[in-house]
Structure formats: C-alpha cells, structure tokens
Design a protein around this ligand. Structure first.
Ligand code: SAH
Ligand code: SF4
Ligand code: F3S
Length: 476
C-alpha cells in the first residue's frame, strides 16, 4: 500500500507524534518478551557514505527506544533494515544480492520484518523492481522521511501489505531524533542535506534533493549536547560543506561557522567533509589555520586531473585551479595532509587525460585516496555521453593509478614515523584486546599496546612502524 504523506506538522509536533508510535511498539515488544522470554532483535546495515552511516545511527536509536536489541547476525533478526546506496552500480547489486538471500530467510521466518531505505529507494526503476520481484520486502522509504520509521512500522503491522513511502523533497528537518552513536567519543553531525552541484556523473542530487543547511544554533546545540555526553571529536557532514549557510535566512559562511564550533568548550577535534574545490575560499583556509581544534587534514576530491574532463564533469574548476588551491592550503598549514576522491574512465577520458590525473596524484601527494571506476548512472548527463571508455582500458588505467598512488601513500605515512603524535583512542583491536586503535589528527589509523581504560582519551603515541594504510606506535 502507499502511505499517505503525513500532514505538514511543525517539526516538534512531528517528533512527538513519532515518539508516540515508538512507545506503542515498545509496549508490544515488552508484552512479547513477557510471553516468550526473549527480546526482539534488529539488524541494521548502512551502505555507502557517512551520510548513510549517520542516518542509520538515527534509525538504530529509534529501534532501541522501541525495545529492540541490536544483533550483528542477520539470521538472528526479527527486524532487518538496509540503508542503501546507489552512487555506483556495485552498491545496487549488493542490495539485490541481499534481497535474493532474504527471500529464503522470510520463508523460514515469516514474522521477520524487512525494511529498505536510503538513496537507492529514491529511484522509480528500483521501486518497480521491488514491486515486481521482491514482494517479500515489508517496508520501503527514502532519504527525506527516515524519521517516520516508527509510524511506517505501525502502518505495516496493521495493513499486512508492503508499505511504500517515498518523498521527492525535504520538508522541515525533524531535530532531536533518538540516535545511537557507533563510537562513544566521536560523532557525525549533519550540517546540511542534499546537493545542488549536479556533477554530470553523479546520482546524489537526484536522490538527496536540493541543498539545505541546518540552522547554526541547532547544530551548535547538538554538538554541545554531544560534548556533555563525552564526545571529543565531531565530523561535520555535508555533500559540499563549503557552501554551508548560503541559503539560510541569516546567511553565514562555513568559515564563520567553523570558528563558532571551535569555541565549544570541551570539544577537542573538528573534522568536516566534503569540501568542493570550487567553493573552497581563502576565508575558509584562514579559519582552518586559526582554529586550534580543526584537524589539519583535508578531504578535497579532484575526480580527474584533466581540465577537459573536469569541464564535462561539470566540476567548475581546472587542473591548474585545483593545484593552486592545494598550494595555498599547504602554504597556510605546512603540516596538513590531504585525501581525495578520483574517478577513472569517465566518458571520453583519453590516455592524455588519464596522465593528467596521475600528475595531480604525484604533485599533491595524498595521504589516502578513494579511487573509483566510473559507473554509469541512468538519469545523469554522463550516462548518455558518447565515447564511454571500454572496460579493459579502464581496468588497466585503474591498476596503473594504484601503482602510482600506493607508494606515495606509503611515503606520506612514512613522514609520521619517529614523531610523537596525539592519538584519540577509539577501541580495542578486534583480534587482540591488549592492542588499542585510534587516529592522529591527520586521520592516520594507529595501533599500539595499551589497556581499555585509555579509550576516549587523547594520548601521545610515538609512531614506530609504517604499514601504509595504518601505523604501529608506542604510548609515550
Ligand atoms: N559530495 C562529495 C562526494 C559524494 S559521492 C563530493 O563532491 O566530493 C563520493 C564519491 O563517489 C565522489 O567524490 C566520486 O568520486 C564518486 N562517484 C560519484 N558518482 C560516481 C560514479 N557515477 N561513478 C564512479 N564514482 C562516482
Ligand atoms: Fe555528487 Fe558532485 Fe554533489 Fe558531490 S558535489 S554529491 S560528486 S553532485
Ligand atoms: Fe551516500 Fe551513496 Fe547516497 S554515497 S549520499 S549513500 S548514493
């Protein structure tokens, strides 16, 4: 059945309404436990980027309030929720693989409830496929209405048929949803939603809607609450944080906002992602430099080193412009490390274009890079461009790129060896409880011997060994 959109209630009333549904489900779950002696369990999987990971923290917070306990075993769950991604084809294939498996699971466990949400569900073609082929799914919603989970669960329970509720745009942001943080000492905070950039390869603007900033007061309030709850590090999230605040009633720049966050007492580290090079201002570079809590680590995707390809990608900067920006950033903060995103095999990419990409990698010297093979996304302008690059050519270039990139990553990491760096201790290693893992300000993963009482503290660690994608250290 199609769920009717709820009336446009003010956000506070909407929150209250959902909390009521949560309480109703909680009572039912308590009755179930009293009868059976067992608590209902949920399994939650977030695919894709940190936005989705953070959204899932809210979904999990609501399920927790409903009295479900988390399980890491899908085969043990009464409620299964996949928060899907569609940025590349393989992300979608993974979901369909899971749905095939779930068909069998539901046959054996007919009472289990399966929910799908997130970016992939914002596409009509996907909904059609689910309607036709995956009728065992119980609940489908998108990126704009995740706060409605409790209500949709109730609707499903009463209707006994699949509930679809997909919106095309944001309404008011519902603040203060319950949430479970994956780490007690670091937290993600949305500062904006959606994207207006329409890079020609990218599906995100179509599934996440138009750009929209949260009010600075609401965000500062949220961060203060997190700090009071023990959080030391925040990651400010948005598809293009550099354009934060432009459309607010009282406009503010991201740089000004960063300075306000830096004032929060008790907060120790600030990170943000993603920065679009076209909107990275001198004002922001100055703010990063001045703010002692801002980690000197910048994720600055360049996607391609060829100005020609960048134009076709609709990125609004050139290779030279990007390199000049990096020069200014490094000049202002000599210790900064940079990471990036790169796409290989965009339509029309020639060998020369690809060599320009390698040149940027060599010149900038990244501490890490997320590298992707171009994936055609139906509905985006690039999908219908001529000269799609043959698969074997793309694979060959991708391999060559890693051959250039990995030694550089190793060398950049090597620069940390011998230094004593502050590390925020995150957790015990899964393999060995005597080994702790944490991150430096540069976001390098560090393993070192120590006991669990250090978790949540920032401690000095001497870096002793370089393992390319992480380092080994000794506590000082
Ligand atoms: N808003 C962020 C990134 C969001 S998506 C930004 O602009 O940097 C994360 C990354 O996925 C992108 O940076 C890009 O490198 C990659 N990506 C997006 N669409 C893709 C596609 N169709 N094929 C391959 N990679 C893609
Ligand atoms: Fe996609 Fe470009 Fe928006 Fe990033 S900035 S989400 S790559 S359209
Ligand atoms: Fe993120 Fe994937 Fe959506 S990258 S915004 S979860 S399409």
């Amino acid at each position: 059945m199609e769920q009717k959109r709820t009336t446009a209630l003010p956000p506070e009333a909407e929150l209250e309404r959902q909390m009521e549904f949560i309480q109703q489900i909680r009572k039912e779950n308590e009755a179930y436990t009293a009868k059976t002696g067992r608590q209902k369990k949920f399994y939650s999987l977030a695919m894709g980027c940190q936005m989705n990971a953070h959204d899932s923290e809210k979904l999990e917070g609501m399920l927790d309030e409903m009295g479900y306990v988390r399980t890491d075993e899908e085969t043990d769950a009464d409620f299964i929720i996949y928060n899907t991604c569609c940025v590349r084809e393989n992300a979608e294939l993974k979901v369909y693989g899971k749905l095939g498996w779930l068909k069998h699971y539901k046959k054996e466990n007919p009472d289990a409830v399966v929910a799908l949400c997130g970016c992939m569900m914002q596409q009509d073609s996907v909904l059609q496929t689910i309607r036709q082929k995956y009728r065992h799914v119980d609940l489908v919603f998108g990126t704009f209405n995740l706060y409605k989970l409790p209500e949709l669960m109730k609707t499903r329970e009463e209707s006994k048929s699949t509930v679809f509720d997909i919106w095309q745009e944001h309404q008011e942001v519902v603040e203060d949803l319950p949430s479970i943080r994956h780490f007690p000492y670091k937290a993600s905070v949305n500062i904006m939603f959606g994207c207006n950039n329409f890079c020609s390869y990218c599906i995100v603007p179509y599934v996440r809607g138009r750009e929209r900033s949260r009010n600075p007061e609401d965000i500062l309030e949220e961060i203060k609450k997190l700090v009071a709850d023990g959080v030391k590090e925040v990651m400010l999230l948005g598809q293009n944080v550099n354009s934060y605040g432009k459309t607010l009633e009282n406009p503010i720049t991201f740089a000004q906002f960063l300075r306000q966050v830096n004032e929060i007492e008790g907060l120790e580290r600030i990170r943000f992602m993603t920065s679009h090079p076209k909107d990275m201002s001198d004002e922001l570079i100055a703010a990063m430099k001045d703010c002692d809590k801002v980690c000197k680590n910048l994720h600055l995707p360049f996607q391609s080193g060829s100005s020609e390809i960048l134009k076709k990608m609709n990125r609004h900067y050139t290779k030279e412009g990007y390199l000049e920006l990096v020069r200014k950033v490094k000049e202002a903060m000599p210790d900064i490390t940079l990471s990036t995103d790169i796409i290989v095999g965009f339509p029309g990419e020639t060998e020369e274009d690809f060599l320009e990409t390698l040149d940027v990698i060599r010149q900038v010297r990244y501490c890490t890079a997320f590298t992707f093979i171009y994936s055609k996304r139906t509905g985006t302008p690039a999908a219908t461009m001529e000269n799609q690059v043959p698969e074997d050519v793309v694979k060959e270039r991708f391999g060559r790129m890693l051959d250039v990139l990995n030694p550089i990553v190793h060398e950049v990491t090597q620069e940390q060896v011998g230094k004593v760096l502050p590390v925020l201790v995150e957790e015990c290693s899964k393999q060995d409880a005597g080994i702790l893992t944490g991150r430096t300000e540069q976001n390098t993963l560090v393993h070192f011997a120590g006991d669990a009482t250090l978790i949540g503290q920032i401690v000095p660690v001497k870096i002793t060994e370089n393992k390319t994608f992480y380092v080994i250290g000794e506590r000082m």
